[in-house]
Ligand binder design. Structure first.
Ligand SMILES: [Zn+2]
Length: 67
């Protein structure tokens, strides 16, 4: 991500926030890309961390998958 994302409604910079699940695990997205190496050969899919961002104006929350 080159620049901080902006809220599509307000046009202001969205701030990093934290979202916690009840079990304390971080959020991840599963992609269809196979993992490299042994895990990939076992059928494991790539997993990416997710960064939540919130608009300070309207409260919109978006989730961004990290590269
Ligand atoms: Zn907004």
């Amino acid at each position: 991500m080159d620049a901080d994302p902006r809220c599509p409604d307000c046009g202001v910079t969205m701030e990093r926030v934290k979202i916690h699940t009840g079990d304390g695990l971080g959020l991840h997205v599963k992609t269809d890309e196979k993992r490299s190496g042994l895990l990939g050969s076992l059928g494991m899919k790539e997993s990416r961390k997710v960064t939540p961002r919130a608009c300070p104006e309207c409260g919109l929350v978006r989730l961004y998958a990290e590269e």
